[in-house]
Design a protein around this ligand. Structure first.
Ligand SMILES: Nc1ncnc2c1ncn2[C@@H]1O[C@H](COP(=O)(O)OP(=O)(O)O)[C@@H](O)[C@H]1O
Ligand SMILES: [Mg+2]
Length: 282
């Protein structure tokens, strides 16, 4: 539920009221991956007769295996309205998983997630259909965000212009490059001002001009007291857009603080020397 608006005139107090937009408490996400694994013939026995038999029926038997991937481990934080939170960390550290869990797309294995309001980007991602044209997807995504058909129609040109995809909007999204698709998703997601905007790497795909426009859009959304989560490999994008940074490492939140302090530590960290994480952090 959206909390009541701030009084006309905006924030008058030098210390703005801090209303939580997302509360994450001792969150664990464990993926269970079911797969078939061929047992290695030599691992089971070297009996010749058995091997010949195995060769007749195939190479060893296929055993169903369940592997667990503990992608997010005991993560807790509170994000506030008007805050822009960057999530950094190496590949596979759990950034996207954390974002999807905060958006409610992945059920917590343990712990809890509370979100005030509706998350945008992922909500849109979930409903877009690649077999349909960009145009159809603008209507579907816009309506998923709570806009009426008439409101989408009104904003259609603006969304297309923002995405920069031009006439490709009338082609199926399956024909788009990943950059074009990401730009269109971003444009749809920001067509309505969401309570919580979540961006996973989408901004790094565009050119400088698109990044500038999306940066302005993010600022505009934050000013309306929404919360922005941004996963990005680009430290400069995080510096430009975020006032707070969460640093994920091997599924753990090892640092949470002001952008400059965290990014300086991240950039000064040598993962070859300290693979378990930077000393003195965590
Ligand atoms: N759908 C999935 N099923 C199983 N494992 C997954 C899935 N998605 C991600 N993982 C694993 O979870 C870990 C964290 O992945 P991810 O959240 O994508 O990290 P990041 O976004 O930081 O690169 C990785 O080990 C990854 O292989
Ligand atoms: Mg990711």
């Amino acid at each position: 539920m959206a909390a009541p608006d701030t009084p006309a005139g905006g924030r008058t107090s030098p210390v703005p009221e801090r209303r939580p937009a997302a509360i994450v408490s001792h969150l664990d996400i464990i993926y269970r991956v079911v797969g078939g694994k061929r047992s290695n013939t030599s691992a089971i026995g070297d009996d010749e007769g058995e091997s010949i038999f195995r060769n007749l029926i195939g190479r060893g038997k296929t055993v169903a295996t369940v592997q667990s991937v503990h992608a997010v481990k005991d993560v807790s934080f509170v994000a506030y309205h008007g805050e822009s939170v960057g999530i950094i960390g190496r590949n596979g550290s759990g950034k996207s998983t954390l974002l999807r869990a905060v958006a409610g797309l992945l059920p917590p294995t343990n712990g809890e997630v509370f979100l005030a309001g509706t998350p945008a980007l992922l909500g849109v991602n979930a409903v877009l259909m690649s077999a349909l044209s960009g145009e159809r997807n603008i209507y579907i995504g816009g309506q998923a965000l709570g806009l009426t058909k008439a409101q989408v129609k009104e904003r259609f040109e603006e969304i297309v212009a923002f995405s920069g995809i031009g006439d490709a909007v009338y082609r199926p999204m399956s024909t788009y490059s990943s950059g074009m698709a990401a730009r269109l998703r971003f444009a749809i997601s920001t067509a309505a001002v969401p309570d919580v905007l979540m961006i996973d790497e989408a901004l790094s795909t565009g050119d400088a001009e698109f990044r500038k426009r999306s940066g302005e859009k993010v600022d505009e959304i934050r000013e309306k007291a929404s919360t922005v989560f941004l996963v990005s490999h680009s430290n400069s994008t995080v510096r430009d857009l975020c006032d707070r940074v969460l640093w994920m490492h091997h599924g753990r939140l090892i640092a949470d603080g002001p952008t400059e302090a965290i990014l300086t530590a991240y950039e000064g960290w040598d993962p070859k020397k300290h693979p378990a994480g930077p000393p003195g952090i965590g």
